[in-house]
Design a protein around this ligand. Structure first.
Ligand code: URA
Length: 233
């Protein structure tokens, strides 16, 4: 998934009174700064998060934000909701209004939710083609057995979409608890997979997405991701 980028000359002509052809001279006169360095070419790439300065005027200064939240029960994975508090209500960041959610959790599911204002990143983190492993700790109403392990590995047929789920790894931890790793995220996927055995999911917690884990975060807490964590996978 590519981030949209523009040539520096196009960006400057769009955001100032200078024309496309003026930009070569501005670059030569070192009047344009890109991410704090004097621009060296009119062809330099500018994305939505590149900082661009012309003389003493800041033309763009959007900060990319990447957040990992430990979602508690009762919060909706949406930016607005008329009935329930949203995951955005839990975030303490001055630019939280710009955030999108990468991969939603149900109202009562807890655990890892990723948020960012970088649309290319959130798409990459949630697209099925990325095959990013998502791990869930599941508590169910009926005892588990090896039939579940085999069936989840083979794939469960979802009639509504007419698809079979991708092979999923189920590790049975106790009679009523298991760890399930999926590489996709169909609507209510975990509940529907156990539902195919008429086994109700009583509690669901996402403990990781790819290499991103909750660590020490308590329910409701969030933290900024480090540059290493943001790089994919
Ligand atoms: N699967 C579900 O059924 N619910 C979730 O919240 C996440 C995965």
């Amino acid at each position: 998934m590519k981030t949209t980028s523009y040539r520096l000359d196009r960006f400057i002509s769009k955001h100032s009174e200078f024309s496309l052809s003026d930009v070569r001279l501005l670059v030569a006169q070192k009047r344009i700064y890109v991410d704090g360095q004097a621009a060296i070419s009119v062809q330099q790439k500018v994305t939505q998060f590149t900082q661009v300065q012309l003389d003493d005027q800041c033309l763009q200064n959007n900060q990319a934000i990447y957040i990992l939240l430990n979602k508690p029960q009762g919060y909706v994975s949406a930016t607005k909701d008329s009935q329930h508090p949203t995951v955005i209500d839990l975030i303490d960041h001055p630019r939280k209004a710009s955030l999108h959610i990468a991969g939603r959790l149900d109202l009562n599911t807890t655990g890892v939710v990723l948020l960012s204002n970088d649309g290319a990143w959130t798409r990459k983190m949630s697209l099925p083609e990325s095959h990013l492993a998502k791990t869930y700790e599941v508590t169910v109403a009926q005892p588990l057995n090896d039939d579940y392990v085999r069936a989840f590995q083979q794939g469960i047929y979802f009639a509504y979409e007419d698809i079979t789920t991708q092979p999923a790894q189920l590790e049975i931890l106790t009679d009523f608890t298991a760890r399930l790793t999926l590489t996709e995220g169909k609507y209510h996927q975990v509940k529907r997979m156990f539902g195919s055995f008429r086994n109700e999911v009583l509690a669901l917690h996402r403990s990781s997405v790819g290499h991103l884990r909750l660590g020490e975060l308590m329910p409701g807490e969030s933290r900024l991701l480090s540059p290493d964590e943001i790089s994919f996978p």
